[in-house]
Design a protein around this ligand. Structure first.
Ligand SMILES: NC(=O)c1ccc[n+]([C@@H]2O[C@H](COP(=O)([O-])OP(=O)(O)OC[C@H]3O[C@@H](n4cnc5c(N)ncnc54)[C@H](OP(=O)(O)O)[C@@H]3O)[C@@H](O)[C@H]2O)c1
Length: 238
């Protein structure tokens, strides 16, 4: 590793948008730590990208675990001593699996599980890695949210997912506000509707199109935006 090489961490990197974001960041010269909750899946995904000549390594990370988040931070501190970009991509959508897609009878368990991954997961991993960013006064944090969390466009259905993404946007604003005056920029992104396991086969966007704004936010210049919500590189309403 050259000493100036930037380090990026992607959560949920074994498939979907996380896998493609890992590929695109590595193509831009980053060393990517592709994390996954199942170690073997992360290894297999990293090997695929290594076979494309990209600088990607795998590390296990379950965002619902404090220990796992701390272990990642310790690994990065020992191996690299820094982290430049964090893409908080891991997420779940379990409203329909749980038997009800309505807030009239969804199970509180479904809401709790979704929020633990999609919201507290982001807080856990971000809290663990921010000290490394603060030490060098550099960091780009991208929270992969969704238009389904927009209050201006809030509809019924998918209550766990919707609530989690609205809350995630609040998390973005709070981190960004507490980090004002530093060179650590924190933003939310809606990737659009993307063909992945979560998005399904009818989605119009490819993963490559879906990660464009994610990668743009992960590589913002020093005078870049913070505390915003973006789709297609443009600000969108909360
Ligand atoms: N696809 C879309 O149209 C769309 C639209 C708007 C927003 N998004 C957001 O984009 C992000 C990625 O979505 P996707 O479409 O790529 O979904 P996906 O194909 O379902 O992939 C989700 C990823 O998150 C990982 N994950 C779930 N829980 C985890 C945990 N506790 N710890 C670590 N990793 C965990 C999954 O790991 P496993 O493989 O182990 O399950 C998988 O790698 C999500 O935040 C999603 O809400 C997607």
């Amino acid at each position: 590793m050259s000493t100036n090489q930037k380090i990026a961490v992607v959560t949920g990197g074994n498939r979907g948008l996380g896998f493609e974001a890992s590929r695109q960041l590595a193509k831009q010269g980053y060393k990517v730590i592709l994390t996954s909750r199942e170690e073997a899946k992360g290894q297999a995904a990293a090997q695929k990208l290594q076979a494309e000549g990209l600088d990607v390594i795998a590390y296990p990370l379950d965002v619902s675990s404090n220990e796992s988040s701390q272990s990642l931070a310790e690994f990065i501190r020992q191996q690299f001593g820094k982290v430049d970009a964090l893409v908080n991509n891991a997420g779940i959508y379990i409203d329909t699996e749980a038997g009800s897609n309505s807030i009239l009878n969804t199970k509180i368990d479904t809401l709790q599980t979704t929020i633990d991954t999609n919201v507290f997961g982001v807080v856990r991993v971000t809290q663990a890695l921010i000290p490394l960013m603060k030490e060098r006064n550099y960091g780009r944090i991208v929270n992969v949210s969704s238009g389904m969390g927009q209050l201006t466009d809030m509809e019924g259905g998918s209550p766990g997912y919707r609530i989690s993404k609205t809350a995630l946007n609040a998390v973005t604003r709070i981190f960004a506000s507490e980090l004002v005056g530093t060179n650590i920029l924190v933003n939310s992104v809606c990737p659009g509707w993307v063909k992945t396991d979560m998005g399904g086969a009818n989605a119009p966007r490819t993963p490559e199109q879906g990660v464009d704004t994610i990668v743009w936010l992960a590589t913002l210049p020093d005078d870049g935006e913070t505390g915003g919500f973006f789709r297609d590189r443009q600000p969108i309403a909360w």
